[in-house]
Design a protein around this ligand. Sequence first.
Ligand code: ADP
Length: 500
Amino acid sequence: MGNSLEPIHVLVVDDEENIRDGSERTLSSIGFQVFKASKGSEALDILSGNNISIILLDLKMPGMDGMEVLGRIQKMFPAILVIVITGYATVQTAIEAMKQGAYDFIPKPFEPDQLRMVVRRAAEKIRLVQEAENLANEKRRTLLDLHTEKSRLHTILQSLPNGVLVTNAQGRVVLLNTAFLKQLDLNPDSQPGKNIEDYIPDNNLCNLVLEISRGKHVALDDIPTYEFALSDKKYLLARGRPILSENRECLGAVINVVDITAMKVLDRLKTEFVAKVSHELRSPLATIHAQLALVIQNIVASAVQVDHQILSRAKEKTRGLISIIGDLLDLSRIESGIICREPEPVRLDDILRNVMDFLKTSALGKKQSISLEIFNEPLPMVSADPVALESIFGNLISNAISYTPEGGKIHVRADLADAHIRIRVTDNGFGIEKRHLDKIFEKFYRIKNEKTRYITGTGLGLPIVKELVTSMGGFIEVESTPEKGSTFMVLFPVSMQSGD
Ligand code: ADP
């Protein structure tokens, strides 16, 4: 058999040696492996040890009767195809043998061609049976694999520590896992199939899931994130992605929910700790600063130059520390939810002047010119928290001073534009590369390069400014060119205007 890898084993059982040898020659020349037996008992021995598929069996042999051998073979090896060899006189026997289950017969004497044809036909049949069996096995295995794969995925999903919820394009829940039910304090036996509102008690999150299910947020880097609290003891973070088909049609949404309660508690502890430590540090530092200022004055009076320099540097450092502590206190205030104190009627021009006065010494120390220009004077009174406004402009102007080299120019300009009060703080300092522009408003983000290396800071100033400005209904923008300078622009709606 040319197309089979393993040669098919054929056993020739005949008492005539020349038939056995002749058959062996004919069949091995076309790829069969041939075994030979001269009598029935010998045949049965060979059968038990060699994977025989086809038997050529002479029915008329001395010793065991051919029919009896056939009967035994069929009982013990039902898959073997038996071709009986018969003489003309025993056609009747051949028919009998066929009735008993022999596959075919070949009358004796036969030509090699006849033998080849009969055995090939049997081999073909074996091959077909084998193929059908392989197919059936394959199918069984595939089904089993599919089943195992499905239950494996199911087990993995159920064992995930994170909550998982899947919706279809209509926003109906089609799958959820145990962790999700536990996180949302739902009945552990809840089944999918209902609308999203039946599982999630937060309307904003439900709307977000619906939006994702209907094909919003398909961009790869758009991973909507939503934080919500089930109680003051349980905080959850949900992240969602659309499920897209091969042709990018939205089939639904998959939502991953993480319990962030521990993180929240830690965050709160950190904020409380920072607030406490900052408070403890602030007043002794302020005292040292004031005392240093006093000593410096006295030294100037008595004209002792060296100590003056050392002490001035120490005073400058304490000022830096006080400003860092100010940032930390602002941050803890914002994080604990108290963004601004009670608003009161204030004049922005006054605030700006006070801040400029306070920071003038640092600018002059760097031989910088610092100027304030107020259009539309007096600016309308606004209702706001003066401390927050001081913090906003204190941060922007002190940044302008810090990130502008000696001899630079800092200009602050306030005017009215499109129902907004607009304040621009411009410097001709180091400027900011485009790639940093978004990031400088993130907490603790500082640009590190040769020029900024020795400038102390926390990376908290701008995030605080942004948080305060936004909480007042305003917004902040920045334009900057490296080596040329930067302009930070704050816009407050005139509706902040106070009636007084
Ligand atoms: P800090 O000044 O404490 O580092 P900020 O949040 O105030 O923190 O500023 C973040 C970063 O933005 C700074 O480290 C600085 O690199 C850059 N930056 C802020 N203001 C300016 C400015 N006027 N000119 C150039 N760079 C600035």
